[in-house]
Design a protein around this ligand. Structure first.
Ligand SMILES: *Cc1c(COP(=O)(O)O)cnc(C)c1O
Length: 385
């Protein structure tokens, strides 16, 4: 096997999906399995569906197209609010989209009428994280405008926390979302079946018993893919497996070198000023991967005695002085990845993706070139829900 690669254990993804969906179901909550951390890899989506997710969530239309092309008929939710320029693709590819701009919702309604469908939307409320969502004081006016639009059907309210502002879901802000949904139901006589309260970051509150009744939908990626490596950073949810994705790459240089750079110093390859401490001469290795493929700070070595020193675009430098067995050129080292590295590695066409799930005997997946996947899909694309 040449080149860096990610070994994917589909059985671990399926097992995590089963645990997350069962725990959510016990609270009356349905789960959209979010595949965006893997560029919408169809094999991952299928593992999530086997594990019991009700539908799939994706932030990019290209990834939804990839899932559709692989023949996946599950209901699909577009998570990133759509661009005005892509409304025709949205109504063609996605069953539901999260939205926050009335101008775009109007265009979606027009596109849906042109396509002869009714597109379902969830209106996003910003409850403080300051990424997407309308301000709650605009809720009633916005809903009033949406319900007059043939072509779209408002099926729920949603919110997203944790992502930009790092705002935590609490009993208080979750109850706010439920109360807003109740108010809209009362005022407009809508069923509004979906109260979609957040992402993996909502799970700690759920496990602690603090999720208010009325929340009935979550969109979960990280906890299923990574076993909550980032979500449950301080207090792991031990039932979840964190070993679904393992990166391996090859040692291409191995030398004793000083730990302090020599000579006058400016900035590194990315314009930042690196800091080093003088630990004397160290055994250093270079691995055949770099910033283009991983986020070096979020790599966790699975081999003893390996420390990441830094990376440029194509070189990952590691300190191997503490390795118990002497490393050799050509040896492969293995890493667990945080979300930042998973995202880059799965996106990088230079990193192979291989299935290791014995249970499903899945063949190796080829490293896929990033060709344009937004080609029309056949007309028979019915949604199942
Ligand atoms: C990415 C995303 C999710 C899933 O987030 P995870 O942390 O991977 O669970 C859910 N909702 C929205 C709107 C997203 O952008």
């Amino acid at each position: 096997m040449a080149g860096p690669s990610v070994a994917i254990d589909l059985a671990a993804v399926e097992a995590n999906a089963r645990i997350v969906t069962a725990r959510c179901a016990a609270h009356g909550i349905a789960v959209a399995g979010v595949t965006k951390g893997t560029c919408g890899m169809p094999e991952i989506a299928q593992a999530m569906l086997r594990g019991g997710v009700a539908c799939l969530g994706e932030s990019r239309l290209d990834n939804i197209a990839r899932l559709r092309e692989a023949g996946i008929n599950a209901s699909m939710m577009l998570l990133r609010v759509p661009a005005l320029s892509e409304v025709d693709d949205v109504v063609r590819l996605a069953d539901i989209s999260l939205n926050s701009e009335l101008r775009v919702i109007r265009a979606l309604a027009d596109a849906a009428r042109r396509a002869g469908v009714v597109h379902r939307i969830v209106l996003m409320l910003d409850l403080g994280d300051l990424r997407e969502g309308i301000w709650p004081s605009d809720l009633m006016l916005t809903v009033g405008a949406i319900v007059r639009l043939p072509g779209v059907q408002l099926i729920g309210l949603g919110t997203n926390l944790n992502c930009l502002g790092g705002v935590l879901p609490t009993q208080y802000n979750m109850a706010q979302l439920v109360a807003h949904a109740e108010a809209v139901r009362a005022r407009f006589g809508l069923a509004l079946p979906l109260v979609s309260a957040g992402n993996s970051g909502a799970l700690p509150l759920l496990l602690a018993g603090g999720m208010p009744p009325g929340v009935n939908h979550l969109r979960i990626g990280e906890a299923i893919l990574q076993g909550g490596r980032d979500t449950f950073f301080e207090r792991p949810w031990s039932a979840l497996r964190r070993d679904a994705f393992t990166l391996s790459c090859e040692l291409i240089e191995l030398k004793k070198k000083p730990s302090m750079p020599i000579g006058e110093r400016g900035v590194d390859a990315f314009g930042t000023r690196p800091h080093f401490s003088d630990d004397g001469e160290r055994l250093r290795g270079i691995l055949d991967i770099g910033q283009q493929d991983v986020h070096p700070d979020s790599l966790v070595s699975l081999d003893a005695g390996v420390r990441v020193v830094g990376a440029s675009s194509d070189h990952l430098v590691v300190d191997l002085t503490a390795m118990p067995g002497p490393p050799r050129i050509g040896q492969r080292l293995r890493f667990a990845m945080g979300y930042g590295s998973l995202l880059r590695a799965m996106t990088s066409p230079y990193v192979g993706k291989h299935g290791t799930s014995l249970r499903h005997g899945s063949p190796p997946f080829p490293a896929r070139p990033m060709e344009d996947r937004r080609t029309p899909r056949p007309a028979s694309s019915g949604s199942t829900e």
